[in-house]
Design a protein around this ligand. Sequence first.
Ligand SMILES: [Zn+2]
Length: 352
Amino acid sequence: MKDLIKLLEELSSCPGPPGGEEPVANLIRKHLKSQCQIQRDGLGSLIAFKEGTRKQPRIMLTAHMDEVGFMLQNITKDGYLRLQPLGGWIASHLPGQRLHVHGSKGAVEGIVASIPPHFSKEQKSEVKVEDLLLDVGAASRDEVASLGLQLGDLITPASHFAVYNEKFLANKGWDDRVGCAVLIAAVKKLKKHPNTVAAAATVQEEVGSRGAVTAVEVAKPQAAIVLEGPPADDLPGVAKDSPQGALGKGCQIRLYDPSIIIHRRFWQWAAELAQAKKISHQLAVRQSGATDARAIHLAQGGIPTVVLGVPVRHAHSHSGLINLHDVQATLDLTVAILEKLDNKKLKSLLPA
Ligand SMILES: [Zn+2]
């Protein structure tokens, strides 16, 4: 567990907004290079192949490397920076938060402008990200340039890792660094598996699963397991009925979201496996959101795909929270599937 926590800290602390995933890719390569054959695709996704006792079937195990962030969109004449969101943000959550702008001289910290109560006459009903300004302590465009910043620089939340109450982990970017951690841990843990695992760490999921579209062509899988950090719905008042993504309730097995109807036999088999191995799990019919599964299941004539998730509380913000029990359950179920999914099993899941 200590190693897993260290891996989670390392991955979530790494900056990697869409289009700037290189630091995450380097970390994943460091962990997997001794036991996998590693390839990169043209957009930057990393695919690590690990052959088991059989070459076939080929199973794609995938998690996305990018986190929600921003791009430096413009610089005002008085030295404030404007933000282009990369991925889904709620603008009203941002004022007063700190961000890191990754420029040519390293990361520069700034604060998203926040009008104090003394000056704000009436609360604006709708804040837009386009209206926000980032204050890096510069008074002109020249001063911004002297900090090594320019248009197109990538921006991530300035956050830090912490352990709460021994079982919860806090940091930015759990969506989907927790998936990356499970991917690495599962590949390392696999000893005898009757298939070849193509572990794909994809780029640009948060802007529309662009990395998955290309990575699946390199992985060429017959089945896929998508590892995600979906939003938890266990805060008071969030779920209409009982939550389907509660912290501490185990691995979330997704059955549906608007971008995919999950392969029924595949998820049912995964749930049976979890039951048999006493791995705690929760089923979710999601009414919003999507994952890389949207691109993968439609590739190459159709790929049976399941989505396993570690629920993230306060997702798509500066600081999210995950539960270690859910990480362990997701890892256990991933390994259990990979140890059992041979040609015969896969055939039994496919339409006759
Ligand atoms: Zn995600």
